[in-house]
Unconditional design. Structure first.
Length: 387
C-alpha cells in the first residue's frame, strides 16, 4: 500500500516495496531517492494511494527473528542506542498558574546566534516514561545532529518530579505541552516548533495540534504508535498477554500515587480507601476521574482523546502505527477522520509492535521509527533552518 504526498495512508513491508536509501548523516539529508512503484494492499484495511513526493519514507522490514508484535515491543524497549552524552539545561516550566504546577524540561540549544531560526523539536514521552526514556534520548540525538534545538519534556510528576505539582498527570493535558512551547518561544524567540510524541505523548501532540490548527510557531507533528482512541487501548491492555504490560504500567502508576499521597496527604486518599485497582480502566475510573473531576473513565477517555480533534490538524503530521501493536487500537471512525485530513500522513506497517520498530538496517538505523520521524520533519519543514 502506498502513500500520497497530500495526505493518506501507507502500509509498508519489505515484500511490498523496494527500500529507499537511508542516509545516516541526517543533518545532510533533506531529500532521499524514493521508489514510487505501485504495490498491492497487504493490510486488508487500507485504501490505495499514490506515492509521489514521500521521499522521506522507506519500507520497514523487522529484524530477523523479531517479526512478532510482542517481540518488537519488548526487545525494542531495551535495545541499546548510542549514548547521547550532550549536557542538557534543566528548566522547570509553569504549566498551570492556578495551582502552580510545573514540569521539568531538559533542553539542548544550538548556538544563540542561530537558535531562533533553527527548528525546535519538543519531545513527549509515553505512559510512565520520562525525558530519560531510551526512545526519547534516541530521537533527541538525531534531532540535535540534524541541527535542531531539542526540548525533552517530562509530564507532570514524571522523571522524579512529583513535588513540582499537586496534581497527577493524564492523557489529555495537551495544555501542558502548549505551555512549554509558549514558554520557550518567548524565552528564545523561537520561530518554528515541531512536536514529537510516543504513545501517550503522541495523543498529547495530536490533541494540541488539533486544538491549535495552524497557529504559530507549530509547523509539524510526528507521532509513533499514538494512543488516539483511549478507551479502546485501555480495554486492549486487559486482554490475554497484554495484561503483562498492563500490570507493569499499573505497578508504576500505583507507586506514583502512593508517593503523591505522602507528599499531599490533604488531597489524596490512601490507596486502602480507593479500593482494589486491577486494570488501567479501574485506575482511570477510581483515581484519574476522581481527582480530575471526570464523571468516570469513559468520560475521561472521551474528553482526553485526540480522536475528537484530529480532523482539525492543519500542519504536516505523521502518524506511524504498526498493525501488530499489541494494545494500541484505532477505531474505524477515527481512521476515517485521519484519512480525510489532507495534512495527516498515516503510515501503517505490518510489523513493528508498540514503539519497537527494530529493522534490518545497519548500525543505529535499526531504529526505523526514529530515523523516519527525523526524515519526515526535515522534509516537512524545509530542514533545520527552513531553507
Amino acid at each position: 500500500m502506498e502513500y500520497d504526498s497530500i495526505g493518506g495512508v501507507c502500509s509498508l513491508s519489505k515484500s511490498t516495496r523496494n527500500r529507499s536509501p537511508v542516509d545516516s548523516k541526517i543533518r545532510e539529508m533533506n531529500r532521499l531517492n524514493g521508489d514510487s512503484s505501485a504495490a498491492s494492499d497487504t493490510s486488508g484495511v487500507s485504501r490505495l494511494c499514490v506515492l509521489s513526493n514521500a521521499e522521506w519514507l522507506s519500507s520497514f522490514e523487522p529484524r530477523r527473528g523479531l517479526a512478532g508484535g510482542h517481540l518488537q515491543t519488548i526487545v525494542g524497549n531495551f535495545y541499546p542506542r548510542p549514548e547521547f552524552g550532550l549536557k542538557a539545561e534543566a528548566e522547570t516550566v509553569e504549566v498551570d498558574p492556578a495551582d502552580g504546577s510545573r514540569v521539568l524540561c531538559h533542553c539542548h540549544w544550538q548556538a544563540e546566534a542561530v537558535r531562533p531560526a533553527r527548528l525546535t523539536v519538543v519531545l513527549a514521552h509515553g505512559l510512565e516514561g520520562s525525558s530519560e526514556s531510551r526512545y526519547i534520548l534516541g530521537i533527541a540525538a538525531r534531532a540535535w545532529e540534524a541541527g535542531c534545538n531539542v526540548v525533552r519534556m517530562n509530564m507532570r510528576t514524571c522523571g522524579g518530579t512529583e513535588q513540582l505539582t499537586p496534581t497527577l498527570y493524564h492523557s489529555g493535558l495537551s495544555g501542558d505541552l502548549g505551555a512549554v512551547v509558549h514558554h520557550f518561544t518567548r524565552q528564545h524567540a523561537i520561530q518554528r516548533v515541531a512536536l514529537v510524541g510516543y504513545s501517550m505523548g503522541g495523543n498529547l501532540a495530536l490533541k494540541l495540534a488539533g486544538e491549535w490548527g495552524s497557529s504559530a510557531p507549530l509547523v509539524a507533528v510526528a507521532t509513533v504508535c499514538p494512543a488516539i482512541d483511549l478507551a479502546a487501548g485501555a480495554d486492549a491492555l486487559h486482554e490475554g498477554f497484554n495484561r503483562v504490560y498492563e500490570w507493569k504500567f499499573l505497578r508504576g502508576l500505583l507507586a506514583r500515587y502512593r508517593r503523591k499521597a505522602r507528599l499531599f496527604p490533604a488531597i489524596y486518599a490512601p490507596l486502602e480507601e480507593i479500593g482494589s485497582v486491577r486494570s488501567i480502566r479501574e485506575f482511570d475510573d477510581k483515581i484519574v476521574a476522581r481527582y480530575w473531576e471526570f464523571r468516570n473513565a469513559d468520560d475521561y477517555y472521551h474528553r482526553a482523546a485526540s480522536a475528537r480533534v484530529v480532523e482539525q490538524i492543519a500542519v504536516p503530521t505523521l502518524i506511524l502505527r504498526a498493525l501488530d501493536d499489541p494494545f494500541i487500537r484505532l477505531t474505524a471512525e477515527t481512521r476515517a477522520k485521519l484519512l480525510g485530513n489532507p495534512h495527516v500522513r498515516l503510515v501503517e506497517t505490518l510489523h513493528g509492535g508498540h514503539c519497537g520498530y527494530l529493522s534490518t538496517d545497519a548500525g543505529n538505523e535499526i531504529h526505523w521509527a526514529e530515523a523516519t520521524v527525523m526524515r519526515f520533519l526535515l522534509a516537512a519543514t524545509g530542514g533545520f533552518n527552513g531553507s
